[in-house]
Design a protein around this ligand. Structure first.
Ligand code: NAD
Length: 515
């Protein structure tokens, strides 16, 4: 069975209209059809075409996936670093060779534009490249001669079976944040992709097997709450990486921690930018429009709130012009700037929040509701929307909208703007736009947010670093990918060793604590 399996229609041929393909589970190196009675459809958000059916795995299937990972761990943990690394060298090559197909699958099921879909795959590919160099990161330490003839050194050993639970908005990048690093460090893995767009994730898993990841080392189960809870509770899973909303992430963190696991949860956001009047006007406005409306605002690092300081408040009409000029269409259409929202439910939630923004007294500078999108009349489209005069207490400010809605706030000076951001519960990303080094330095030092951009609107770190986040945006102290995740996916063992030299033997029992 393939990563996505076509069902034979009545004629014996593949017949998508009659029965869309099913998304398989991956257990012990085999793509298998779930025996569950519970399925949901994977839907193209621009057309409402049903692309596939995804199963909600049974408890027995989750157990089988974990058992397969547990068995595979015995041999995988002993596989030499170089052998593991070469698999990831091959894997990065396969991802590059299949980039166009991966991006097309991603765009069809998720909605983002083809160039943005390639970016989604590419940012994950960077982590795969990093996993191929894991030998440089998984090094222990050695202190020679800590006592007479005694050395102390550390081993960073894999934990065992690790699991990952991923969101819909980056179905390539975020799974690739997780399983390559976990597997490269010697663990085995059970992945639970988003049930809304699992197809590109499955294709990436198929390529991982093709690259040489052995049976059982990478497994996939699909589902929702019940499967996630089974992962949190499973006694043979040692660590969980979660990326998604704050509500679900907090639940996963609490439940899995209580079950004795290591957990890292990267969660929701409300990212603010400060624009000082000395900022480079044209470049700043372009950066803000791209970061607020790209991917239809469905990025955890999207800029959702911009604080205009002093004279910068006069830039609103220009920002509205830029937003208005963006092209809305299906992700695969050339020249598209923003595609649809992931689901009809997401669209109606965003529209309701826009109505609440108006009712709460914010000024609607640009209304993106019900855009005319020729050829895609059934798509879940909301166009760029801008509110000014936004204040805490308004639903559009207090909630993560996860749509193309930008909130503008006015501030008299930098101190006021920094205090405003620090009073928000979230701390995922933030940015300042200024030509003043002193202002940027003050911002960098005083802002209580994990990822800080200076004239960079979406400051997602490359894998030489780790993704981070603070306050309500993150639970757990170590971030995904990069150096921190090597600590997360390994257990430090400290070895203190003395080798006896019989010729220099000294007599007597020593009952003191010294070495
Ligand atoms: P979500 O929390 O709804 O889903 C995430 C995962 O949890 C999915 O695999 C889903 O199946 C599962 N899930 C959903 N409901 C559940 C429940 N009740 N119990 C247990 N599991 C459940 O998130 P989403 O809508 O897929 O993604 C968007 C969210 O993810 C936004 O809040 C966004 O900010 C956040 N996000 C954060 C980061 C980050 O790095 N901080 C990155 C990307 C997305």
């Amino acid at each position: 069975m393939n990563a996505i399996t076509d069902q034979a229609g009545p004629s014996g041929r593949t017949d998508h209209a009659a029965q869309p393909p099913t998304v398989p589970l991956l257990i012990n190196g085999q793509f298998i059809e779930s025996k569950t009675a519970e399925w949901r459809e994977v839907i193209n958000p621009a057309t409402q075409q049903v692309l596939a059916r995804v199963p909600f795995a049974t408890a027995q299937e989750v157990d089988a996936a974990v058992a397969s990972a547990q068995t595979a761990f015995r041999a995988w943990r002993r596989t030499p670093i170089g052998t593991r690394a070469r698999i990831f060298l091959k894997y990065q090559q396969l991802i590059r060779e299949n980039m166009a197909e991966l991006a097309a699958t991603l765009s069809a099921e998720q909605g983002k534009t083809l160039p943005d879909a390639e970016g989604d795959v590419f940012r994950g590919l960077e982590v795969v490249e990093h996993a191929a160099a894991i030998g440089n990161l998984q090094l222990g330490e050695l202190a020679n001669n800590v006592a007479n003839g005694v050395d102390t050194y550390t081993l960073l050993q894999p934990l065992g079976v690790c699991a990952g639970i991923t969101p819909f908005n980056f179905p390539a990048m975020i799974p690739l944040w997780m399983f390559p690093m976990a597997i490269a460090t010697g663990n085995t893995f059970v992945l639970k992709p988003s049930e809304q767009d699992p197809m590109v994730t499955m294709r990436l898993c198929a390529l991982a097997l093709e690259a040489g990841v052995p049976p059982g080392v990478l497994n996939v189960v699909h589902g929702g709450e019940a499967v996630v809870n089974a992962i949190c509770d499973h006694p043979d899973i040692k660590a969980i990486s979660f990326v998604g909303s704050t509500r679900v992430g907090t639940h996963v963190y609490n439940r899995a921690s209580l079950a004795g696991k290591r957990v890292q949860c990267m969660m929701g956001a409300k990212n603010h930018a400060i624009v000082l009047p000395d900022a480079s006007r044209e470049q700043t406005l372009n950066a803000i429009a791209g970061a607020a409306f790209g991917a239809a605002g469905q990025r955890c690092m999207a800029l959702t709130t911009v604080i205009l300081v002093g004279q910068a408040q006069q830039w609103v009409p220009e920002l509205v012009d830029k937003a208005e000029s963006l092209r809305i269409s299906a992700g695969h259409e050339p020249g598209t700037d923003l595609g649809p929202l992931i689901s009809c439910a997401a669209r109606s939630r965003v529209e309701t929040l826009i109505e609440r923004g108006i009712a709460d007294g914010a000024t609607l500078e640009l209304d993106g509701r019900n855009p005319a999108v020729s050829g895609y009349e059934k798509g879940n489209f909301v166009g760029p929307t801008i509110f000014s005069g936004v204040k805490p207490g308004m639903a559009i400010y207090d909630q993560e909208i996860f749509g193309p809605v930008l909130c503008l706030v006015a501030a008299a000076n930098l101190d006021e703007a920094i205090a405003f951001i620090n009073a928000n519960p979230n701390g995922n990303g933030t940015a300042i736009f200024t030509q003043s080094g002193a202002a940027a330095h003050k911002f960098q030092e005083e802002i209580e947010v994990g990822q800080v951009g200076i004239n960079v609107p979406i400051p997602v770190p490359v894998p030489l670093f780790s993704f981070t986040g603070s306050r309500a945006s993150k639970l757990g102290d170590l971030g995904p990918y990069g150096k921190q995740v090597v600590q997360f996916y390994t257990q430090t063992k400290t070895v203190t060793a003395r080798w006896f030299d019989d010729a220099a033997a000294t007599g007597g029992v020593n009952t003191t604590i010294s070495l």
